[in-house]
Design a protein around this ligand. Structure first.
Ligand code: SAH
Ligand code: SF4
Ligand code: F3S
Length: 466
């Protein structure tokens, strides 16, 4: 840890501590409502849970109706251009609302707020946005509100500080499953990716704080925790006590919480020790999201992914053979600059070899400031779309095949609520993270029950309680 960072962190901690100490009994916004719209990954969803927790300690209550809210917050994502476009599209609607109701407060936060060009655009063209705060500034929201005087307020740290621990600050969306941050940031710098710039360096939470949080969740009836990090396998590399992700997984397993998941795994940091721990403990779910991004070694190198297609396949096969019933999903980018038809065929070949249980597929999107945005790209968007479509066809075929394999089997399903498709059914996830709509009693919400699978579709299963 270097000195400036420490000093900086101490300063920030003071600020956070101030807010923490003072916000209790200061329900100055009693009667006011907030509405928060969240874009992006689980990390952002969990940040929103933190923002909600903070606002509610100040007296705000949550509103699900945009038009009736006093404070509207957009927690944004910057991963691809379309995420960006969606936010600016939605801001147009908010501008109209504000014209009708000048009292309305509008806030923008999340990864887009960390982008210099976005902040510039907001300052110049979107004066109706009242407060803007970055991913490292969530704890400042109360002060920003307190000091707001009708003039746009922007608070975005360009550099991350140390991890700040708050007790029970989150207002979690579920009382059955919970996200738990184990680390922040990312040091991998894949050449296409903006996350290292918007989330800063890798910083791990101390294992004792993580375990305490999980024990509390368990005591409060939670059945499942998902450990969150952009690259969970790198957990602990920045810690002085040399705890590794396998050590942490083992400790979490021993808390006795019924289900443990983790996202996202980077193939480069995945050790044999981790595979052993995952296969050893029954409460660590046999589900691994293992983004590959491309099957071409040339493209993987240009992406700075630090592994080859062959190394990925070796890891994949090891996981499949050592972790019983392992379900593995992935992320794939098509149309990375310089990707040829041959490169793309290598990706299809890899998919044919792995037969993934599911995958998220994306067309490369140039993000300002990343090395890939400056790379030469000769492929037309039309060609990229064609590649995406043929990839998706293959992915869907394998995910349907994987779902069909469960037909007639009995699966342990953690019931999380009423089915969105059919209000007479309940819904939940298998150990392998497959969504199941179940004919069964609503009394089962929050429980893990045995379900017989009676139908399999591409993206979900149907089942009945037995
Ligand atoms: N930390 C995770 C991924 C976070 S982003 C990991 O390393 O696996 C989620 C996914 O978005 C990535 O896996 C990648 O497939 C996709 N993605 C990231 N940047 C992108 C870009 N510039 N264009 C297209 N897809 C991108
Ligand atoms: Fe982005 Fe790569 Fe870090 Fe994932 S590992 S967040 S893709 S830089
Ligand atoms: Fe998006 Fe930021 Fe997550 S860019 S994917 S919200 S870390």
């Amino acid at each position: 840890m270097n000195l400036p960072n420490m000093r900086d962190a101490a300063k920030r901690f003071k600020k956070a501590e101030y807010i923490y100490e003072n916000r209790t009994n200061q329900r100055i916004y009693e009667g006011k409502t907030y509405y928060i719209r969240t874009y992006g990954c689980q990390m952002n969803v969990h940040d929103s849970e933190e923002i909600k927790g903070l606002l509610e300690t100040l007296g705000f209550s949550e509103s699900k109706v945009l038009e009736k809210s006093d404070f509207i917050i957009l927690n944004t994502c910057a991963i691809r251009e379309n995420a960006h476009d969606k936010v600016f599209g939605f801001l147009g609607r908010l501008k109209h609302l504000k014209e009708k109701n000048p009292e309305l407060l509008i806030g923008l936060c999340g990864c887009m707020a960390q982008e210099e060009s976005v902040v510039k655009e907001i300052k110049e063209r979107h004066p109706y946005i009242d407060i803007v705060f970055g991913t490292h500034n969530i704890s400042e929201v109360p002060t920003m509100l307190e000091k707001y005087s009708g003039k746009q307020k922007i608070s975005v740290y360009s550099k991350e500080g140390d991890v700040i621990e708050f007790d029970n600050l989150y207002k979690r969306d579920s009382n059955i499953t919970a996200f738990v941050n184990i680390m922040y940031g990312c040091d991998k710098f894949c050449t296409y990716c903006i996350v290292p710039y918007t989330r800063g360096k890798e910083r791990s939470r101390l294992s004792k704080d993580i375990i305490k949080e999980i024990k509390d969740l368990k005591e409060n009836g939670y059945k499942e925790v998902t450990l969150l990090g952009q690259n969970v396998n790198a957990y602990g590399k920045d810690l002085e006590d040399s705890t590794t992700f396998s050590n942490l997984l083992e400790m979490v397993s021993k808390t006795g919480i019924e289900r443990i998941r983790f996202v996202t795994s980077h193939p480069w940091d995945f050790t044999d020790e981790m595979i052993d721990v995952i296969s050893k403990y029954d409460n660590i779910m046999p589900y691994i999201h293992l983004p590959v991004q491309s099957g071409s070694n040339n493209i993987l190198r240009l992406m700075n992914r630090r592994y080859t297609k062959e190394e990925y396949l070796t890891l994949f096969n090891k996981l499949k053979s050592k972790v019983k019933n392992a379900s593995i999903t992935t992320d794939i980018i098509v149309g990375f600059p310089g990707e040829t038809e041959e490169d793309f065929k290598e990706t299809l070949d890899l998919v044919n070899k792995c037969k993934f249980d599911g995958a998220f597929t994306f067309i490369f999107s140039a993000r300002e400031g990343t090395p890939a945005s400056k790379m030469k790209d000769n492929t037309t968007l039309e060609e990229k779309n064609k590649r995406l479509q043929s990839l998706n066809k293959l992915i869907n075929k394998y995910s349907k095949e994987s779902n069909l394999k469960t037909l007639g089997t009995i699966q342990k399903v953690l019931i999380t609520g009423i089915s969105e498709k059919d209000k007479d059914k309940i819904t939940g996830y298998t150990e392998t993270m497959k969504l199941v709509n179940v004919k069964g009693s609503k009394e089962n919400i929050g429980k893990i029950i045995d379900v017989k699978i009676i139908d399999a579709k591409s993206f979900s299963l149907d089942g009945e309680e037995i």
